[in-house]
Unconditional design. Structure first.
Lengths: 115, 111
């Protein structure tokens, strides 16, 4: 079974530029998550989709971050404009459903460096 | 979702059992205990989860106390490849959806 795919793996941009990350979840997984992981910290949930609808985006800085999951499969996370403090690893995860009985499977992440 | 408390770091000798504790004293009756681990430069990896009963799979065993206020993840024969950050989290079984990671326990397995 193929895992969660993410691209790119690494990205370096200057502050005020824009960047986009792509995620392809495990086939059949209805729930998709985006996390931000700053060095030395645990992952922080940014947004969570159930199929193509947003169920939680309370931690997403909506003035600069946006995410979409068209057709309920792939998802993109965008940052525009980037700030230095956005330097982090962005992790995508998927699960069969929303409920706590379903484990999440994580992708390898995209390491973003903002200079 | 309930908050969890874990030691910052632990050491374990290779071949010995690694016992990682987690305190979740405010856990609710419908919240599951999950364990993930994160090896350097990789995404977190699911290990095991449970509600009330002890659980075992090919990776580890999960021991949950009777009052469910704490749990222990057991790696029966730790190897150098088990060196990682281990996260204990709790999630509501139905209806809830938020996953909150703490800082985890950094386990060092030494030869």
């Amino acid at each position: 079974e193929a895992g969660v795919a993410q691209s790119p793996r690494y990205k370096i941009i200057e502050k005020r530029q824009s960047v986009a990350f792509w995620c392809n979840p495990i086939s059949g997984h209805a729930t998709l998550y985006w996390y931000q992981q700053i060095l030395g910290q645990g992952p922080k949930l940014l947004i969570q989709f159930q199929n193509n609808g947003v169920v939680d985006d309370s931690q997403l800085p909506k003035d600069r971050f946006s995410a979409e999951r068209l057709k309920g499969v792939d998802s993109t996370l965008k940052i525009q404009p980037a700030k230095l403090e956005d330097s982090a690893v962005y992790l995508c995860a998927s699960s069969l459903g929303l409920a706590g009985v379903y484990e999440q499977y994580f992708g390898p992440g995209t390491r973003l460096t903002v200079t | 979702d309930a908050k969890t408390t874990q030691p910052t770091s632990m050491d374990c000798a290779e071949g010995r059992a690694a016992n990682l504790p987690c305190n979740h004293s405010t856990i609710s009756g419908n919240e599951y205990v999950y364990w993930y681990r994160q090896i350097h430069s990789q995404g977190p990896q699911y290990i095991i989860h449970g509600l009330k009963n002890n659980e075992t799979n090919e990776m580890a065993s999960l021991i949950i106390t009777e009052d469910r206020k704490s749990s222990t993840l057991i790696l029966p024969h730790a190897t150098l490849r088990d060196t990682a950050v281990y996260y204990c989290i709790v999630r509501v079984g139905t209806g809830g959806f938020k996953t909150i990671f703490g800082a985890g326990t950094r386990l060092f397995v030494k030869a």
